[in-house]
Design a protein around this ligand. Structure first.
Ligand code: FES
Ligand code: FES
Length: 177
C-alpha cells in the first residue's frame, strides 16, 4: 500500500508520519498518536463526537483524511486543557453537571470553544443552534447550555426554554407504501 508523507502540528507539536491515502484524521490521531479523547460516534458526519479544530475551525475528523491535514495545525481535546488545568468550558461542564456518560463531551467542548470564540454573546437560541450539530443522548442539553452560559456570564442562566431540543430533530421516517 503506498503511503503519503505528511507534516503537521498537533496540539502545538510537530508531527511527521507516512499515512495511507484513505486514513481518516480521526483514526490517525487515535491510533497513531494515541489521542483517544476524540471519539467516533457515527462515522458519517452526523453526531459531532469526532470534532477537532483544523487551523482553528471545528471539523469532523471522521470526514477528513489525514492527508488533508498536511501542513495544518490540528487541535484535539487533549490540546484544549493547559498544563493539566481544565479550560473554562470543561470546568463549567463539570461544575454544572453538563456531562453524564461523557461520550459526546470532547466534541461539544471543541465545538463550543470555537463557537464562543466567534460568538461571545449569543442568545440562548443562538447557543443551542451553535452546538446543534453535536448530539448528546444523556443530558437533554439543558445542563450543557447552562454550563456554557456560566462561562459567558460568569453566572447561572435561568433557561427560557428548558427541554428545548438543541439538536436538530431527525426528519420523520418515510411512510411505507
Ligand atoms: S463520528 Fe464524526 S460526526 Fe459522528
Ligand atoms: S453525556 Fe452521554 S452522550 Fe452526552
Amino acid at each position: 500500500m503506498p503511503t503519503h508523507h505528511i507534516e503537521l502540528r498537533v496540539n502545538g507539536r510537530p508531527v511527521a508520519a507516512d499515512v495511507e491515502p484513505a486514513k481518516l484524521l480521526l483514526d490517525f490521531v487515535r491510533e497513531e498518536l494515541g489521542l483517544t479523547g476524540t471519539k467516533e460516534g457515527c462515522g458519517t458526519g452526523d453526531c459531532g463526537a469526532c470534532t477537532v479544530h483544523i487551523d482553528g475551525q471545528p471539523m469532523h475528523s471522521c470526514l477528513t483524511l489525514a492527508v488533508e491535514a498536511e501542513g495544518s495545525s490540528v487541535t484535539t481535546i487533549e490540546g484544549i486543557s493547559s498544563g493539566g488545568v481544565l479550560s473554562p468550558i470543561q470546568a463549567a461542564l463539570v461544575e454544572y453537571g453538563g456531562s453524564q456518560c461523557g461520550f459526546c463531551i470532547p466534541g461539544i467542548v471543541m465545538m463550543a470553544t470555537a463557537y464562543l470564540r466567534d460568538h461571545p454573546n449569543p442568545t440562548e437560541d443562538d447557543l443551542r443552534m451553535g452546538i446543534a450539530g453535536n448530539l448528546c443522548r444523556c443530558t437533554g442539553y439543558d445542563k450543557i447550555v447552562k454550563s456554557l452560559y456560566a462561562v459567558i456570564d460568569k453566572k447561572e442562566l435561568a433557561l427560557t426554554k428548558p427541554g428545548a431540543l438543541t439538536s436538530i430533530p431527525l426528519p420523520p421516517e418515510p411512510e411505507g407504501e
